[in-house]
Design a protein. Structure first.
Length: 728
């Protein structure tokens, strides 16, 4: 009897294992995997939250394997391709076990898989952020085979979708035209978003996407999955629509010329893929990512960002201490909080007076700045501001002492092939730990010798073209792409550990480093070298689909600026820069006295409203990409007590119509007072300025904003009136 009981017990356990269901969940979303009777793990669901998963494995709505591998029958895009140590290329992954725990609002799940025949292991790690509805995934690959194993593909995430049609939104452009939105309906075949530049990887295409199921993505309707890879190197996100109308997504490092070998016991960890699902359109998906980033993936995401004046567009390489002090005087007068000295302050044997020389020689240029950096810091502090400085530590000009002393540190093609130059510079080999120490040391020296430096602008102005490393073994040259990015990340990590609180900006020829990996170690990014406010409307619109406004550095420059030559009013320039982390980038002396007065009041105003912009939720109301000539957004504090509305006209519109705006995200049951801010003219742009209006009306009854000419703008504060009810 007892024997029968034991047998039955084990049968029961066995049945349990076969019927394993793994439920990864956030407040509003569920990602479910089921283990089949044979021990294969399949994705059963990614979408709205399932209150109960009972029976999900029975309906066998398997969409795809959790981590499709090459060599087990599939001809589709796969997540992993391996050449095992015995030379075989078949990999067939089976469920071993999984564990799950929930703490501090994050559910962590690890699913352990193993190859059917060989000691080759894949751990899939998921972190589900409960309140933010974000799921982060990465993968750890290891083995205990006899020799080395070669990885030819290793995705961070594999997800499958089942819908009637698929609409992909992605963000691309060029230098000074980053993050422009492209939307397309996917047809059968593979569409991939990728880069093969190694460094400065987000300048032309960003590692992020919006996938809308069954209908084109709209702000407030439809099922969308928004995703982004947290990686500073080459990436590839591919979407394959097959004959069954299934869409298989595989995202991670781009394996282009990047085969990677690992020895027994070594763990290969992929970057994180960040995902959010939302059943009511794109806007909420963006809000999910912004909230998640501020809390978990941005340095000091809960700290107010100071207003910066950066010297670049005001002085370029052409300055001395007197010119900088004159700029500091003007900055302080306008209310700026940090003065940042950009490129051109270093190099003696080869002074950095243009982009042709000096890069790599991080000693203060004695001719331009004979009294050194501390003298400038003293002056900035006397003016009530803090001091920041520009560096481009991954790079070197051939005309520099660094290139003379350490030619072996440069990424280069062997056999004396001519180096290919971009902006007259070359890249240092961050795969080499000595170079990592050198790069770390540049910032470490600056911050320890000048402990009052409060801000570092970290630039990177070229990508990898002279592929080759003198550090890596000949049979490991293909590791360079990945080891470079890992080396860079380790330097960022060390600096953050040692210098918490120092503000870091990720810049890379403008928006070449806008990704969730660099963001983890920095406070903000430079969205684009194009500071023309008309262009910025489009760039910031795309950027803020994925990345939060608090981290989006937006500077007011002179008009016409150096990129487009377009004339714009100072008000328009401020109103567009208000949309992110406001800064300035001009020579204050170039402003007329009344412009200085205007800038002063605009900066004062931004200081009042920045908590709403930096910590509020961003709602996109009218897109500049639509052709009606207007764009509008509003930001709302999480408790809905205050909102800032911004409306822009960006083109001639034939009928001279007014913008008709419906706000979003307010409390329907509350009353709000709406007041125009930052006025350049006496007449307000709405007929109900300073009036009390219900949240319901502001959101549902379109109201007119009187912008008659192109490149005009209006900004409003919308503040909850307490103690009064909206009922009639
Ligand atoms: C890059 C940056 C600019 C500026 C220059 C300096 O282009 O994007 O903001 O710092 O380098 O050389």
């Amino acid at each position: 009897m007892q024997k029968i009981f034991i047998v039955l017990f084990f049968l029961f356990i066995g049945a349990q294992i076969n019927a394993q269901v793994i439920h990864i969940e956030t407040k509003n979303t569920s990602l479910v995997f089921s283990v089949s009777k044979k021990g294969k793990v399949y994705q059963s669901h990614y979408g709205g939250h399932l209150k109960s998963i009972k029976g999900i494995e029975k309906i066998q709505s398997y969409i795809s394997e959790i981590y499709p591998s090459f060599g087990n029958g599939s001809s589709d895009e796969v997540a992993v391709i391996v050449t095992h140590s015995d030379g075989t290329m078949a990999t067939d992954l089976f469920y071993q076990s999984h564990e799950q725990k929930l703490s501090d609002g994050v559910q962590e799940t690890v699913v352990h898989l193993k190859d059917k025949k060989l000691p080759f292991f894949v751990d899939l790690c998921f972190r589900a952020y409960q309140e933010e509805n974000v799921i982060e995934q990465n993968v750890v690959i290891s083995h205990q085979e006899k020799g080395e194993v070669r990885l030819d593909q290793f995705a961070s995430s594999a997800l499958a979708f089942k819908a009637e049609s698929y609409y992909l939104t992605h963000f691309n452009g060029s230098w000074a035209r980053e993050m422009h939105i492209s939307e397309e309906k996917l047809s059968n075949g593979v569409k991939s978003i990728e880069t093969r530049r190694g460094v400065r990887t987000t300048e032309y295409e960003n590692p992020s996407f919006v996938m809308a199921l069954n209908q084109a993505a709209s702000e407030d309707n439809g099922e969308v999955i928004m995703g982004a890879l947290a990686w500073m190197g080459n990436y590839k996100l591919s979407f394959q629509v097959d004959d069954q109308e299934r869409c298989q997504f595989i995202g991670g490092i781009n394996l282009f010329a990047s085969a990677y070998t690992i020895s027994a016991g070594e763990k290969f960890e992929t970057p994180r893929m960040i995902l959010t699902y939302n059943s009511s359109g794109k806007n909420q998906a963006s809000i999910n990512l912004h909230r998640w980033a501020r809390k978990y993936n941005l340095q000091d995401g809960n700290a107010i960002r100071p207003i910066v004046l950066n010297s670049w567009e005001g002085a370029y390489f052409n300055f001395d201490a007197a010119r900088l002090k004159e700029m500091m005087d003007g900055a302080a007068e306008m209310g700026v909080e940090i003065f940042v000295l950009d490129d051109g302050w270093f190099g003696n044997k080869y002074p950095r007076n243009s982009d042709k020389a000096g890069l790599g020689d991080w000693q203060v240029n004695r001719k331009k700045l004979p009294a050194g950096i501390d003298n400038l810091i003293d002056y900035t502090e006397r003016k009530g501001m803090k001091f920041g400085i520009w560096v481009e530590p991954e790079m070197v000009n051939p005309k520099s002492e660094l290139a003379e002393n350490h030619p072996e540190w440069i990424i280069q093609r062997k056999n004396n092939r001519e180096p290919i130059l971009t902006r007259n510079q070359l890249l240092l080999d961050l795969a080499n730990p000595k170079v990592q120490d050198f790069v770390f040391g540049i910032i470490d020296n600056l911050l320890s010798e000048h402990s009052r430096i409060a801000y570092i602008k970290w630039d990177a102005n070229r990508h990898i073209q002279n592929f080759g490393s003198t550090f890596l073994d000949d049979d490991k040259q293909s590791h360079l792409w990945i080891d470079y990015s890992r080396g860079l990340e380790s330097v960022f990590f060390r600096l953050q550990e040692k210098y918490p609180g120092i503000i870091f900006q990720a810049c890379s020829s403008g928006g070449g480093r806008v990704d969730f990996s660099s963001m983890k170690y920095t406070h903000e990014f430079w969205a684009s070298d194009d500071t023309d406010p008309y262009e910025r409307l489009f760039i910031q619109w795309g950027t803020n689909h994925i990345y939060p406004p608090i981290a989006t550095a937006a500077h007011v420059t002179k008009s016409p600026n150096h990129q487009t030559g377009r004339e714009t009013s100072l008000k328009f320039r401020f109103d567009v820069a208000f949309g992110g982390r406001l800064g300035m980038e001009l020579r204050p002396d170039d402003l007329e006295p009344e412009q200085v007065d205007y800038a002063k009041s605009a900066i004062k105003l931004y200081k009042e409203i920045r908590p709403v912009i930096q910590f509020g939720d961003l709602y996109r109301l009218q897109s500049p990409y639509d052709s009606d000539g207007f764009a509008s957004i509003n930001y709302v504090l999480p408790d809905k007590s205050e909102a800032i509305l911004m409306v822009y006209s960006h083109e001639f519109h034939r009928r001279m119509e007014r913008a008709v705006v419906k706000m979003k995200g307010l409390d329907e049951d509350a009353l709000y007072k709406i007041t125009e801010l930052n006025k350049a003219a006496k007449r307000p742009h709405i007929v109900f300025d300073n009036q009390i209006i219900s949240g319901s009306v502001l959101m549902n009854t379109g109201f007119k904003v009187n912008l008659k000419k192109p490149l005009e703008s209006a900004v409003f504060k919308v503040e909850k009136v307490t103690g009064e009810s909206s009922a009639n």
